[in-house]
Design a protein around this ligand. Structure first.
Ligand SMILES: O=C(CO)[C@H](O)[C@H](O)COP(=O)(O)O
Length: 427
């Protein structure tokens, strides 16, 4: 049977204990004191898990890079059954950790995160005598689209040792990991950030139990995944994920409740000249957003007729650093419109400007094909090169906020959920 390990990558011990309980009900076999939990609570996290789950295997994810013997000893004495250290560590650290593991009767797992040649290194590690190899893509690496499954496919053919796998696994990928020969499937985020931990653990259990031996090759495209996530999250989540970069200034929705998710077709135009914006409509597809910079915010370069054309074309929305008019007509359509100003003054079709060039809109640089997400809080631009990473990070922000919101619903205060006093910056 393939084992499931729930990775408690949290900083609050009480919450970690609760989640572990729920994950066990869903079928988790091993419980991991994740590195953030250990850094936050020390070996007490391992002790408390040991006490609460006497029949379960407890793993201490120490990510040790130095002082192997003492770190393994600490974890073992606190009640861990398995201790995880880093494969990038020097062989001296691995050997010292192994000595300590043997002395204190625990198993040693070595994590291949950021190892240059995972196959060669895992062969060396097996030769040194480690008990388990963990094929792992870390949380920050996952955001750039890396997955542990390619490495797992190579390693499982080359080494004769028990293999664990970790790195953003969900039911589909957990199933594939099991089909590829992983003996332990480690899952953090999918379970611990779920609003139904037991159900999510069950989904992993089911996927792994029905894995068979053939991985499923059907994979969603990255573009589809980006769109799916951006529809789910808010512009505020994305701004958080981008560390407050990306939000346009002075541009807001004209019709609350309408959202845009799409890729930019950009236009730069001058003094109310509406020729280029109107020509650009004909270049837009259904997932495109027209993003326009106009140098004059008091002459409208967009109105009712342009809106009708854009709606017929089926474009995703309009973002204008400039002015629009004919609100009585525009509001009769569903088109999401975000603008800096509304005025009755009409512009003229002069043909000045450019389509699909780099523009500045609401103070943000926008390039053709960049992603735009706009909702009642405002407009954010996500450079296309970082779209997948930002989508994944904003989804993490969304999950975290959802989790805090659930706890507030249960009667806790925001300050107690976030342990604000404990985490205030010390002088
Ligand atoms: O060790 C870890 C991070 O360094 C995590 O425990 C591991 O990656 C599993 O969590 P997730 O499923 O969220 O990737």
């Amino acid at each position: 049977m393939v084992l499931i390990q729930v990775a408690l990558d949290l900083v609050e011990l009480d919450r970690a204990l609760l989640i572990a309980q729920e994950a066990v009900l869903g079928g988790a076999d091993w419980i991991e004191a994740g590195t953030p939990l250990i850094k936050s609570e020390g070996m007490n996290a391992v002790r408390k898990l040991r006490e609460a789950f006497p029949g379960k295997t407890i793993l201490a994810d120490m990510k040790t890079m130095d002082a192997g013997a003492v770190e393994v000893e600490m974890a073992a004495k606190s009640g861990a059954d398995v201790v995880a250290i880093l494969g990038r560590a020097d062989d001296a650290v691995i050997s010292e950790s192994l000595e300590s593991a043997r002395k204190y009767g625990v198993r040693l797992m070595v994590d291949l995160i950021s190892v240059d040649d995972p196959v060669a290194r895992s062969q060396e590690l097996v030769a040194l005598g480690v008990d388990l190899i963990n094929v792992h893509v870390g949380i920050d690496q996952q955001m750039t689209g890396k997955s542990p499954l390619e490495t797992l496919a190579q390693i499982s053919k080359e080494i004769d040792a028990e293999i664990a796998v970790a790195g953003g696994l969900k039911p589909e990928t957990a199933r594939n990991a099991a089909a590829m020969g992983a003996g332990i499937v480690i899952v953090g985020s999918y379970i611990i950030h779920s609003d139904n931990v037991t159900q999510s653990a069950k989904e992993i259990r089911q996927a792994v139990d029905n894995a068979g031996s053939v991985p499923d090759s059907g994979k969603k495209s990255q573009e589809d995944e980006i769109f799916e996530i951006f529809w789910r999250v808010s512009s505020s989540n994305i701004s958080d994920a981008m560390h407050r970069k990306g939000a346009m200034c002075g541009i807001s929705t004209l019709f609350p409740g309408r959202k845009i998710v799409g890729r930019a077709v950009t236009v730069r135009t001058l003094g109310g000249d509406w020729a280029k914006p109107v020509e650009a409509i004909d270049l837009c597809g259904k997932t495109d957003v027209l993003v326009i910079f106009n140098s004059d915010r008091n002459i409208a370069m967009w109105g009712g007729l342009a809106t009708k054309t854009a709606v017929n074309r089926g474009i995703a929305g309009l973002v204008v650093d400039g002015a629009v008019r004919d609100m009585h007509e525009i509001k009769t359509f569903d088109l999401p419109v975000f603008a800096a100003n509304v005025v009755p003054n009409a512009g003229d079709p002069k043909g000045l400007g450019e389509i699909n060039c780099e523009i500045t809109c609401g103070g943000q640089i926008v390039n053709p094909r960049d992603f735009i997400v706009a909702d009642d809080s405002g407009v954010v631009v996500i450079p296309k090169e970082r779209a997948y990473e930002i989508a994944r990070r904003s989804e993490e922000v969304w999950k975290k906020e959802k989790r805090i919101s659930d706890e507030i619903d249960k009667g806790k205060s925001m300050s107690s959920v976030l342990e604000l006093l404990k985490w205030e910056k010390q002088k």
